[in-house]
Design a protein around this ligand. Structure first.
Ligand SMILES: [Zn+2]
Length: 352
């Protein structure tokens, strides 16, 4: 079942349907789960259902036709307040939540949420990138979360519990979104995003349940980077500075926003994880899987590997460390250098 274009989160749709029908909609929700699986789309569709002029909120079935529905879809509904991490910034700021120094308390999300609704019966605020709330911003929000204006709905969107302030976490109803199943991902990709059905299947299998990730790996420059990446990793020794620079350039050129860079970097780390997992299998004599690029490069490295199979786990652990550093928004260039430097050390010595 697809709920108004939202695929794969039926249990959560039912949860909201029940809450609305019983008049038990909470005032603050925290949507958690990997990026690119539909949390933001879900939040906007929920807002649309609440604002729709043709169907009652308890039906959770927006018409997509009325002015309110169209305004939500266009991002211009006057009662929908949206805040996200701004380009080039490392945090969602207190100015976005409570106004800048000169307008503290008379601008920002909390202020707007307290205004009388313009055209709907309530106001809805969506805070994307809740992982990046500054502590001042989070603190400024607490009072509004504790005593929201009547009917107001606040939806925070983040990736994990660990990234949230306990004060916000404890005052929100947490909704956990799971990664999409491969066939759900194929369905989404096939509905106008990827023309070739075969390619949609391949991408879905590589994407870890995320539409965003599938689209990243479908990019031709990414496929080229993947070929170069595996061809370099297939060697025991490689030129560290030039490899790191090519990866850094690839990440830097993948978009303007910090979130684009993080997604691309996560994609590269995933590639390395897949590669070393296949290397482990190859070294213990198990059949390995993947396309020609994967197979030929893993076989090349396996034939030259001079250490025991356990040493490969060091590379895998190092990838997980790098992943955590991405989540902490660590400096991109340093992160890439440290990550690849240590992988190269394992290639050469079998140790860290
Ligand atoms: Zn409508």
């Amino acid at each position: 079942m697809a709920w108004n274009g939202v695929l794969g989160h039926d249990n959560i749709v039912h949860q909201f349907l029940a809450a609305l029908q019983n008049g038990r909609l909470a005032s603050t929700y925290l949507f958690l789960g990997p990026s690119g699986i539909g949390k933001r789309l879900f939040a906007r569709t929920l807002a649309q259902a609440l604002f729709c002029e043709q169907s009652s909120p308890a039906e959770l079935n927006p018409c997509n036709q009325c002015p309110a529905c169209q305004q939500v879809r266009a991002g211009s509904h006057p009662d929908l307040i949206q805040v996200s991490l701004e380009d080039g910034k490392s945090a969602v700021s207190i100015a976005q939540i409570a106004g800048d120094d000169e307008h503290r308390g008379s601008q920002g999300l909390c202020y707007e949420l307290h205004l009388k609704p313009f055209s709907a019966s309530r106001r809805v605020a969506i805070i994307d990138d809740a992982d990046y709330l500054s502590i001042e911003a989070a603190n400024a929000m607490l009072k509004t979360i504790e005593e929201p204006p009547p009917g107001a709905l606040i939806i925070l969107i983040g990736t994990s519990r660990q990234r949230q302030f306990p004060t916000v976490l404890s005052r929100s109803q947490v909704i956990n979104f799971l990664p999409l199943e491969v066939d759900q991902l194929v369905e989404i990709l096939s509905s106008g995003l990827i023309d070739d059905p075969q390619q949609a299947e391949t991408l879905a299998s590589l994407a870890g349940g995320s539409v965003e990730r599938a689209l990243t790996v479908s990019d031709e420059s990414f496929l080229e980077t993947r070929r170069d990446f595996y061809s370099t990793l297939s060697q025991l020794n490689f030129d560290l500075p030039s490899f790191c620079k090519s990866l850094d350039d690839h990440v830097k050129n993948s978009g303007k926003a910090a979130s684009d860079h993080r997604n691309t970097l996560r994609g590269l780390i995933d590639l390395a994880l897949l590669f070393y997992h296949q290397l482990q299998l190859k070294l213990i004599g198990t059949e390995i899987q993947g396309d020609n690029t994967m197979l030929s490069n893993v076989e090349q490295l396996a034939s030259n590997w001079q250490h025991d199979v356990d040493s490969v786990a060091l590379c895998i652990n190092r990838c997980f460390d790098a992943y955590e550093q991405v989540e902490r928004n660590a400096n991109r260039t340093t992160l890439i250098y440290d990550w690849i430097d240590q992988i190269r050390q394992v290639h050469l010595t079998g140790r860290l």
